[in-house]
Design a protein around this ligand. Structure first.
Ligand SMILES: [Fe+2]
Length: 198
């Protein structure tokens, strides 16, 4: 599949004077577009590696996938999170959840602003829903390329920390992995997949 740069949901100058047209144009048309191109390139190279059975550059292309994939997802979210009719405060269930998890909207806003200000180097600040905790959390994203693609719902995981296999397999991680495929619960994976697609 080929990814495409989504058009802005408003005109380039729609966020003036808060967000200036030249910056929006450059940010969307060059920076965001670069992530989309990089994501397509990574997907293309991974497909070629699968076809050839040659995984010599797997670390490089997985990293490229994470960097450009996350860049594409986070920029799309960023654009959709803004509107010329923005500002004010949330209402309804979101307002209730924010008050429950942060004490008040003002306390949430203060924590989010402080966290965003304190991000080291290039990065992001994110409000997210953590299903495992059943609460909203604020996360600093310092390097979105660190081998994750934001927003992905986990379906299947294998632990490759040494503690997961060393007692039996010592340094033979490949043996652990080839045996692990025999104990995968595909029914559980399928159930999670169905839930994620809802
Ligand atoms: Fe950006």
């Amino acid at each position: 599949m080929t990814y495409e740069l989504p058009p802005l949901p408003y005109a380039y100058d729609a966020l003036e004077p808060y967000y200036d047209e030249p910056t929006v144009r450059l940010h969307h048309d060059k920076h965001h577009a670069g992530y989309v191109a990089g994501l397509n390139k990574a997907e293309e190279q991974l497909a070629a590696a699968r076809a050839a059975g040659d995984y010599a550059l797997i670390k490089h292309w997985e990293r490229e996938l994470a960097f450009h994939g996350s860049g594409h997802i986070l920029h799309t979210l960023f654009w959709e999170n803004m509107t010329p009719q923005g500002g004010g405060q949330p209402s309804g269930e979101l307002a209730t959840q924010i008050a429950q998890d942060f004490g008040s909207f003002d306390a949430f806003k203060a924590q989010f602003t402080a966290a965003a200000n304190a991000v080291e180097g290039s990065g992001w600040c994110l409000l997210g829903w953590a299903p495992a905790f059943g609460k909203l959390i604020i996360l600093q994203i310092e390097k979105h390329q660190d081998l994750s693609v934001w927003g992905v719902m986990p379906l299947l995981i294998v632990d490759v920390w040494e503690h997961a296999y060393y007692l039996k397999y010592q340094n033979r991680r490949a043996d652990w992995l080839s045996n692990w495929w025999n104990i995968v619960n595909w029914a559980d994976v399928a159930r999670r997949f169905a839930g994620a697609r809802k």
